[in-house]
Ligand binder design. Structure first.
Ligand code: GAP
Length: 439
């Protein structure tokens, strides 16, 4: 039997829509550019990814979590450098009004959309932050921004967390939340969107220890992606040669998406750039007093790990998507080989036929499993078709209740990846799922 990885993004986009993972935002109105809605299965998968990240970060004695507001004091963005530096160079086509990133197209060539010649405006800097107004009257209200990264919510709470949690360096603060960027060229499905979620952790350290911390966190973050089931040959580190305005070293973890290698996570040594600027703009003392070193005062350095939740989800889905060709077209199948703990649905309970006695057993089993797991219950169509549907959404186990179940008090458990079937007694199903699938 041969099998094929995901060949192009269009197949995944179609699969996600057909199977209830991801829908275009405001689809009945024709959609809204580069905004996507998580469907019933997408939200489960995304929550599972967020939960593993949250656990891996906060089930440590040196990291606390927070959940800061999206709207922040406007001076935050002055201090962080976003008002002055968070820009992309942009050109417009005077003919078709298309907008492009000046650094991504050949400005001497015709417009890529309408083919007009010499039609570009001069490049100008375009700030990627969305702004809105806070207060009841638009004219007099303050301009505020939708945060373009969650990190600043952590920096402005550095002192609050350090003092309330009685933290000594090194320690970290983790957060998951929405971020917004008015990207000029979004695309590739949920790879680059204008509204997305980040999972960020800022690790506060002594100056001079940043390279050690970089090596430590590069390994931790690599291992996390591998634990999520991503294939190592589809992952790589990429060192930044050009650094962002705040960094003195940076690596990306890249994944080989259907459209090519792309950044999934950034690991940045941000020095004391952010805290120093917040101290200057807020006039609050953000220095750390090192009681272990003669009460020396200094502004901590920061090692940041920042992963896009949606990009990570795109990698997990792309990696899991397989088409199997057993040589018999009838038996061809698409299967999402999620790591079971990430799968949106953990088990499907399938009474062989719509008969009250079979359904009675099945419903009882379902009620018991649902205490711990998200399950599906399906009575419609042939059992083969029902298995296929579960394969396509990545359910690790199908539990079939048949007429023998009424006699032997057991069900057939069919494995998603191997399609192997085993008979397991009803009272052992839960522990079987837990052991075999590590759920
Ligand atoms: N605090 C640092 C920071 O925000 P970044 O490299 O700009 O760094 C971090 O973003 C991660 O956020 C990226 O690696 C990517 O996974 C995700 N990300 C950034 N822009 C995105 C967008 N427009 N759509 C989806 N994810 C995005």
């Amino acid at each position: 039997m041969s099998e094929q990885n995901l060949q192009n993004m269009a197949d995944l986009v179609a699969h996600c829509k057909q199977r209830g993972f991801i829908f275009q935002s405001s689809e009945i109105y024709g959609g809204l550019g580069s905004c996507w809605d998580m469907g019933p299965l997408g939200v489960e998968l995304k929550n599972n990814i967020k939960n593993t990240w949250w656990k891996s970060m906060t089930n440590r004695t040196d990291v606390d979590g927070i959940d800061a507001a999206i709207l922040m004091h406007p001076t935050v963005w002055k201090a962080s450098g976003h008002i002055d530096n968070f820009t992309d160079p942009m050109v417009d086509c005077k003919s078709c009004k298309g907008r492009f990133r000046a650094d991504q197209i050949d400005l001497t060539a015709p417009c890529p959309t309408c083919k007009a010649k010499d039609s570009f405006t001069e490049p100008r800097n375009f700030n990627l932050m969305f702004s809105t107004h806070m207060g009841p009257v638009q004219e007099s209200a303050a301009v505020v921004y939708l945060r373009p990264e969650t990190a600043q919510g952590i920096f402005v709470n550095f002192l609050n967390v350090q003092t309330t949690m009685r933290r000594k360096l090194p320690f970290g603060i983790a957060q998951i939340g929405k971020a917004f960027r008015n990207e000029i060229t979004p695309g590739n499905f949920i790879f680059r969107t204008r509204e997305f979620e980040q999972m960020e952790m800022q690790y506060f350290i002594k100056p001079g220890t940043q390279m050690e911390a970089m090596e430590q966190w590069k390994q931790i973050r690599w291992d996390w992606h591998i634990r999520n089931g991503l294939r190592p040959d589809k992952l790589r580190f990429k060192k930044h040669d050009e650094l962002a305005h705040y960094a003195d070293a940076a690596f990306d973890i890249e994944y080989e998406f259907a459209h090519g290698w792309g950044e999934m996570e950034g690991i940045h040594s941000r020095t004391d750039f952010d805290l120093k600027n917040h101290q200057e703009y807020s006039k609050k003392n953000l220095q750390y007093v090192d009681q272990m070193d003669g009460n020396k005062k200094f502004i901590p350095y920061v090692l940041e790990t920042s992963v896009g939740c949606d990009r990570c989800m795109l990698a997990v889905m792309s990696d899991a998507y397989r088409t199997e060709f057993p040589g018999d077209a009838e038996k061809e199948r698409v299967v999402m080989r999620f790591k079971p703990s990430l799968a949106p649905i953990k088990a499907a309970v399938l009474p062989l036929m719509k008969k009250p006695d079979l359904e009675g057993v099945a419903e009882k089993l379902l009620a018991d499993l649902q205490i711990d797991y998200k399950c599906e219950y399906d009575t419609a169509g042939s059992i083969g078709k029902r298995y296929r549907r579960q394969d396509e959404i990545g359910t690790p186990a199908c539990l079939t209740v048949d007429f023998d179940s009424l006699v032997d008090q057991a069900v057939t458990i069919r494995h998603r990846d191997t399609m192997v079937q085993e008979r397991v007694s009803l009272d052992k199903v839960k522990s079987y799922l837990k052991d075999k699938f590590d759920l």
